[in-house]
Write a protein that binds this ligand. Sequence first.
Ligand SMILES: [Zn+2]
Length: 1008
Amino acid sequence: MNRPRWPRLTLFIVACSLFAPLAWADGETQPGRDPKQAVDETYTAKMKKYTTEPFFTSPLVNYLPASKNVPTPEAVLGDVAGAPGILPYAKDVYQYMRMLEKASPRVKVFSIGTTEEGREMIAVAVSSEENLTKLEENRARLGKLADPRTLQLNDAEADKIVAQAVPVYYITGTIHSPETGAPTALMELAYRLAVDDSAYVKEIRDGTITLITPVVEVDGRDRMVDIYKWHLAHPKEFYPPLVYWGKYVGHDNNRDAMGVTLKLTENVMNTYVHWNAQVLHDLHESVPYLYDNTIGDGPYNAWIDPILADEWQMIGARNVADMTKFGMPGVFAHGDFDTWSPGYLMFIAALHNGVSRLYETFGNGGADTLERTLEPEEYARTWYKQNPPLPKVLWSQRDNNNYEETGLLVSLHYFNENKRTFLKNFYLKAKRSIEKPRTEGPAAYVLPADERRTTLQLELLRVMQKQHVEISRTTSSVTVALPVKKEKKTSKTTEKKEAKKDEKPEPTSRTFPAGSYVIRMDQPYSRIADALLDHQYWSPQDPQKTPYDDTGWTFGELHGVEVARVTDAKILQAAMERVTELRVPGGVKGEGNVFAIENHAEPALASLRYRLKNADMQAAEEAFEAGGRKFAAGTILLKASDGVQLDAASKELGLQAVALSAAPNARSHPLRVARILFIHSWLGTQTEGWWRLALDKLQIPYDYASTQTIAGTPDLREKYDVILFPPIGWGGSLDSIINGLPMDWGNPLPWQNTPLTPNLVGPNDATADIRLGLGWDGVAKLQKFVNDGGVLLTVMDTSQFAVGIGITTGVSSSHAEKMKIVGSVVGTRLVDGASPIAYGYSEKVAAYCDNGPVFSLSSIAGSRRRRKLGPEMGERPTGRGTKDDPDFAVGRLGMEAPEEPETEVWENPNVTDEQRHNNSRVIPPAMRARVVLRYADAKDLLISGLVEGGGEIAQHPAVVDALYGKGHVVMFSINPMWRGETQGTYSLVLNTVMNFDSLNAGRKNDEK
Ligand SMILES: [Zn+2]
C-alpha cells in the first residue's frame, strides 16, 4: 500500500504519475486505478490491514473498485479475499462465481465435469459483454488457428483471423491442495476483471477472455479446508497433514498430463482444447515470493516448438520486470526447475501449441499469518534473482493473494498488448506441427496390426485419444523404407567390417499389415504424440544434476507394445481412415469342450478372472499344441460350460478365446480368485494411489486397510490369500513403517469425519490417530501370514521393509551408492519364464525404475552375496614364466586348483564344499529365492531417461519370488504400477495374484 498517500487528491496523483518512480514507456497504459471510479473503502482498508508490508502489494491491487450491483468476495467470505482465518470450500467459491455471473454480463460460469468423488469442476469466463455474447463465433475463429488445415495453411488467411480473434488466457488454481491461496485470489481477480474501469484492466477485459478454474483438485480442497477448520478449533495442537487429497493421488495430480488418468486432468485438458486457449497458467505456492518457473532451467523438453521457449522468456521476463518496478521483492524466473517432463498440468498447453506457465508464490498452507524464515539459498541474490525475498518476514495469505493477482494482471495485460503476436504464434506452432513430417520428422508412429497385446495397444491409443490426437488405421498393407543406421566412426572400422561379414544385413524396409494404427505427424497435436511415443535421453553429463521429475516415459515401451517410429513420408500416402471409436474384437471363436485364451501379459485377463468369479479357470504350465496352433505356457483354459458368460465378458474386455476339441495334454493348475488385502501406511498414500487406480480401472476387488489394522486382524491368512503392500514413497523406512510417527509427545492426529470435518474421509480410509504404525504385533501378524502360506507382494521401500523383518529368505536389499536412475525406463530380462509371475512376458521387458533398491541373493541364510577379501585373484601371481603359465613352487610338483564354479549376479551363488561343511545356514535349493526378472546388463539398461552408474544395479534381480515358511514374498525393485503409464508391467502383479497358490509351478531346483 505505498501509493497513493493522499487518496482524495486524485487529480494531483494523476498529474504526478508522470514523475512517479514507475516509469512506464511511451504509449503504454499506466497501471493503477481510474480516479473517476469509486473505491470500496472498507474492503480496501481491510486489504491494507492484512498486507504485512507496504511493498507486498502493487498499484493494481491496493484498492478495490466499488460496484453498485456486483458483489465483492466479501459477500461469500464474510471478509476480503486473503483475510486471515478464512478458506472457502469449493462450493463457496462456485457460489461467488455464480453470483458474479448473475450480477454482471461480463462473467459466465461453465461446468467442465466432475471429480472421481463426484464434485463439480467449473471454468469462469470473464471478458467484455460483447466478447461473451460472441463466444461461439470467436471460438470458431480460434479453431481455425488451432487447426490450420482448415485454412490450407494459408498465412494470409490466418493473419485475417489473427487480426479479429479474441484470445483466451486460461488460469487454473489450487491443484495442490495444501497450497491454499489461489481460490480467494481468483475470486477477487474475477471481480476486478468484471468491474474495474481503469484503463489497464479495461484493456484486458475488452481484448482478452480470461478463463478461470478456481479449484482444480476439488476433492482435495474440501479436505484441506476441513483440516484448516480443525486447526482453528484446536489452535494449540498439531493438526494432521493432508494424507489424502483426491481419491487416488496427492501432489502427483500434477504429473498426470501424460497418462491423463485423473478426472481433473481430463477436464482441464478438454476445457483447454475446447476453448482453443493460448495460455494455460497453473498456480502453485511453494517458493517465496513469486517464481515464474516455466522459464526455469535446462534441459527443456525436447519436443516443444522453440517458439514456445521464446514465449516463456517474453511473458516471464516482462512479468518479473513489471513487478520489480512496483517495488515488490522476490519476483524471479529461471531457478532450478527443469522443463523436461511433460507430466505437469500446465504442459497440456506446451504440447498443444499454447503457452504453459506456472507460478510458485508463497503460501502458508492455510490462512494463518505467520512469521516465515527462509533458507539462505532462498534469500540469496543470484543472477536471476537480483531482488531476492527477505530472510525473515511476517507473511499473510493476503500478501500471497496480492502477488498472485498482481502477477496475473501484469501477465494478462502484457499478453493482451501482444495478443496478435501470441495468436500468430498459436497458429504458427499448429502449422509447424502439421508440417512436422516434412520439416523435422518423423512422418508417423505405427502400431502394427499384428500386435499380440491388442488390449494394451488399445490402452495406449486411448491415451492418444484423451490427448486429442487423431488416430488412423490402414486399409491395406504398406511398405516403408527404414532409416539407414550410420556406422560409428572408430579406428577399428576394418576389423568391425570383417566381423560383420557373416551377419544378416539390416532390413531396409518394413511392411505393416492392413489394420495397423497410424499416428500421423501431419496433424495439429503431433507434438504431444511425438513426446509420449519417442525415446528420451538425459545425458549423465547434463549440467542439470537434479532432475525435477521422471526423466523417461516412452509409452510404447511402458505399455509393452510395439510402436514403430517411421521417418519415410510414404506412410502418409497409405490408404487409411480416421478411427474415432476404439475397440478390440473379443469373444469366443468356435465350439469345443475347452476354451483357451492366450496369455500375453494383458491386464484384462485378471479382469476376466474376477468377472467370472465362479468359472473354473486353469493356467497351462507348459506350452502345447492344439487344433494346429501353438499355445505358450500361461495359456488360460476354461470349461465349455462357462462358454456363454465367457463370450460376453471377453467381448467386453477385448480378449479372444479359442475353442479346443479336448483339454490339452499339458500340466496345469487352477487360477483361483484370490482374496486381496491392499495395505497402506498413514505415512503416505500417494504412490500406492496409482496402484488403487490401476486395480479399480481393471475392476479387481480388494479390501483396503492401513498397517494399523494388521495387528488387530485375528487371522490374516484365513481372510486373505494375497497382501499387496505397494511402495510408500517419502518416509517409508523400516523404522517408520513399524513405529509410525512419534507417539511420546504431541497429540493424536485424527483422520475422521466429524461435524467440523465432514469431507475428510472420502472413499478411502479413516483412523483416530494417523501416528500409529504397523507395530510389532503387526510385524508378527505379517510374518505369520506368509509363514502360513500367504503371498505378500512388496515394492521398493516395502521390499526393504520385508528384508528388514526377516521374511525374504536369501534376499538382501541395499541402496545404490552413486547410481542415478531418476524415474527412467530400463531394460529387464526374463530369467525364469516358467514362473507363473512371468506368464505372457517375453525375453525383454521394459520397466519403470527409480533408483532401485538393489537386491542380492545368497544361498546362505543371513549372509549377503559373497564378497572376496583382498585383491582380485583373476590373474596369476608374480613369479616365473609368462602371463599364461601356471605358478611354480620350488621343490615340489605343481597342483591344479579345483575349478571354482561361476554364478551370474542374478543367480543363487553356488555353495562350496567348505561352506557346506557343518553349516546349518545353507539354504536348501527348494527354499532359495527364485528370480523372475533381472535388470539388463549395464550397457543395455537405459531405454529412456537417465541412467548413470547403472553398473550398481545391472544384472541384479528386478522381480524376485522369495520363500518364507509356506508362503511367498514377491519383491519388486522396479515399480510396476506407476502413474497409469506402466501398463506393460501390471501383469507381473496380476499374475502373482492369479497364481497365488501355484507360484512354485515350473520351479527348477539347482542342487549346487
Ligand atoms: Zn504445487
